[in-house]
Design a protein around this ligand. Sequence first.
Ligand code: ATP
Length: 221
Amino acid sequence: MKKKEFAVIGLGRFGGSICRELSFEGMPVLAIDNDIEKVNEFKNIASHAVILDSTDEDSLKDIGISNFEHVIVAIGENIQASILTTVILKDLGVNRVTVKAQNDYHEKILHKIGADRIVHPERDMGKRLAHNFISNNILDYLELSDEHSIAEVKVGRKMEGKSIAELDIRANFGCNVVAIKQGNEINVSPQANEALRTDDILIVIGADKDLSRFEKQLVID
Ligand code: ATP
């Protein structure tokens, strides 16, 4: 199977980190920035690195940007450049365009102009860390939509020895346990009657307000 080809526009901390990680995983990546120093930094990391201004449609056409399967726009501060770049990429027929949004207003515009995926790394990381600060038993918190998330929670004092059926998580909190991690094993169809053990990790999906009630009553010690 042909490897997916990526292009990353904007090699700041976020774009640079995506570029490094994709390259580390052996994926072909074209690194793009309008700052020569950034481009030089990525010459030996990405498969190719080019200097260009992504708000210039002809420059993007010249490098055949529409042949890339996934383009990541990681221009942060210059919102205008991020929007213009996204419009051009969609106009040129790039299939998947993921864009880093700087704020809610930026995100709204990106939706309207057809960005396929919008990410808010600072906001998302803030949310994940905040949940982890509330309790060490909340290992991760991933937003699925504005109102729904997935939480990864460690079984602590309040759940230990009880089964999912006994805790009646669905009826009591409206959340679903979709998997249980036990050591290196992941059980994707967890038994409702099996007693939970300390350090089992539950993957729970639900509305934020329901997850919040679940966390308060059963996860936070
Ligand atoms: P981070 O927090 O990820 O470091 P940031 O939000 O501060 O990023 P910027 O530094 O504004 O984002 O932009 C990231 C990169 O995008 C910079 O290296 C910048 O040179 C590059 N960049 C900005 N505008 C363009 C453009 N029009 N064409 C190509 N690259 C651009």
